[in-house]
Design a protein around this ligand. Structure first.
Ligand code: TYD
Ligand code: MG
Length: 463
């Protein structure tokens, strides 16, 4: 049998050497050396299955139909379900609910007669079984092995021949032939390559779990994105129950779908109608609250933005953005000061997207500005009004994409009016739009009165 050999290659310049070093002797870069395995090429394999060029329409497309998992929000993001022979990477921060989601997915698949193998390299079989019992996932077609050695996992898969294999997680499985530690780039990459090869050979849908930290620092998912067919990202605020599932890369379908779940004591529950979830506790008559119809992929989401502008005791007032982009908050604050005359000097500004979502699109600028002015003036906006539009540095309002879809969702949830840029397309029937070309016009349309003198802090603070 051909023997494998390890070489150590620099990820930056490609230079190789016989052992690991902290610094590349070729280019001088630090921490770029990665272990690689070489196996003398078996002369026969290339000749055994010669490839053939075909007219594109003659290429067989059968066998690529997705198999529905049976969890609506997951199937929506997968574009119908899991494809046989495909490899999916589910990435997310530790504790966000990846193992829970996959356990529920596998039990739903097993319930439909699919044989599933869960290879658990992080928890003991007993731990997983206890969780499965709690989630009602003790299905006869769901098999479990607690194992960290990749060769053993592949051997189990070969024996059981499951339709779906889940490896939880790719950072904790290891290939004993490699000298590097589990979780290192070399291990993660080599294990993923072997799992991908096995998935294609056996025509088995494979899902890999990958942990990422907030700054994406951990070795793994980044390296894997090129190797796998689909990359799903599972996100959410740890202190909120809401979880968002998106496809970052998808070879079998669109990447624009968003799946929404709520983490409960009974596991993850799909949220098919998020509108009510986000707006249920809203105090519409309070100053500083504005609803923005955002778009996550193709999915319209109505999110409440709140702002509180408060007199600051600090020499350098605070600007706090939660669930919003702090750069956009700074920009909107500067436009309000320079183009509208709202003085924020001496004021702390707190801005928040309610419900644990992150709203980073520029289309939320107008709602953010309105919420800030509403807080400064102490005047609430009409309860049935939503606002969307991007603010330019000259104080002008710019149209955002798919206004129609956004307003249709707003209308469905009971809103009747929208404040939009002048160039926005016609609204759905029965919906009133207030058009404004600039932020100053928008403030006038919204009914917020700034008066003739500049408002804000410290000048406008009542004694
Ligand atoms: P887990 O799926 O283990 O996260 P990951 O695999 O991404 O690291 O789940 C993490 C959290 O979810 C855990 O802290 C507890 C919580 N949880 C619930 O709230 N309800 C449940 O039914 C389950 C199974 C977990
Ligand atoms: Mg886990």
């Amino acid at each position: 049998m051909a023997r494998t050999r390890s070489i150590y290659r620099c990820a930056a310049c490609g230079a190789d050497g016989p052992q690991w070093t902290g610094r590349c002797a070729g280019c001088g870069a630090w921490n770029t050396i990665v272990e690689e395995r070489t196996r003398p090429a078996a002369a026969s394999t290339a000749a055994a299955t010669p490839s053939r060029a075909l007219p594109i329409a003659d290429v067989e497309s059968e066998g690529w139909a997705p198999r529905p998992v049976g969890i609506g929000e997951l199937d929506r993001v997968l574009g119908g379900g899991l494809v046989a022979g495909s490899v999916t990477l589910l990435g997310g921060e530790p504790g966000i609910g990846k193992s829970t989601l996959l356990l529920q997915a596998l039990s739903a698949l097993a319930r439909r007669g699919t044989t599933c193998l869960l290879a658990c390299a992080e928890e003991s079989a007993q731990q997983v079984r206890m969780r499965a019992a709690r989630l009602g996932a003790l299905e006869p077609g769901l098999w479990l092995v607690a194992e960290t050695d990749l060769s053993a996992i592949l051997a189990h898969a070969a024996t059981l021949a499951p339709d779906v294999l889940v490896v939880d997680s790719i950072q904790t499985v290891f290939d004993p032939e490699l000298a590097s530690a589990p979780g290192s780039v070399a291990q993660v990459r080599e294990c993923a390559h072997r799992l991908v090869r096995a998935a294609k050979d056996a025509d088995r849908a494979t899902v890999l779990v990958g942990h990422v930290t907030k700054d994406g620092a951990l070795a793994g998912p980044r390296v894997l994105e090129h190797v796998v067919d689909t990359v799903l990202s599972f996100e959410g605020e740890r202190h909120h129950a809401l979880r968002l599932l998106r496809a970052v890369k998808h070879r079998f379908g669109p990447t624009s779908e968003l799946g929404l779940f709520e983490m409960t004591d009974d596991g993850l529950i799909g949220v098919p109608d998020p509108g009510r979830l986000f707006l249920s506790d809203r105090q519409a008559q309070a100053p500083g609250s504005v609803v923005v119809p955002t778009l996550e992929g193709h999915r319209p989401l109505l999110v409440e933005l709140q702002a509180l502008v408060a007199k600051s005791p600090l020499a350098t007032p605070r600007r706090s953005a939660q669930g919003l982009d702090s750069g956009r908050l700074a920009m909107v604050s500067a436009v309000l000061e320079e183009r509208v005359g709202v003085s924020l000097a001496g004021a702390d500004v707190y801005a928040l997207a309610v419900g644990g979502v992150r709203v980073v699109e520029p289309g939320a600028d107008l709602a953010l500005a309105l919420a800030m002015v509403s807080s400064v003036t102490g005047t609430a906006l009409p309860a049935d009004l939503v606002a969307c539009g991007e603010i330019g540095l000259c104080g002008e309002l710019r149209q955002v994409g798919q206004t129609g879809r956004r307003l249709a969702e707003a209308a469905r949830l009971g809103f009747r009016r929208a404040l939009v840029p002048a160039s926005a397309p016609e609204p759905p029937a029965g919906f009133e739009v207030l058009r404004a070309a600039t932020l100053v016009e928008a403030l006038a349309e919204s009914g917020l009165r700034l008066g003739s003198k500049p408002v804000g802090f410290p000048r406008a603070v009542p004694a």
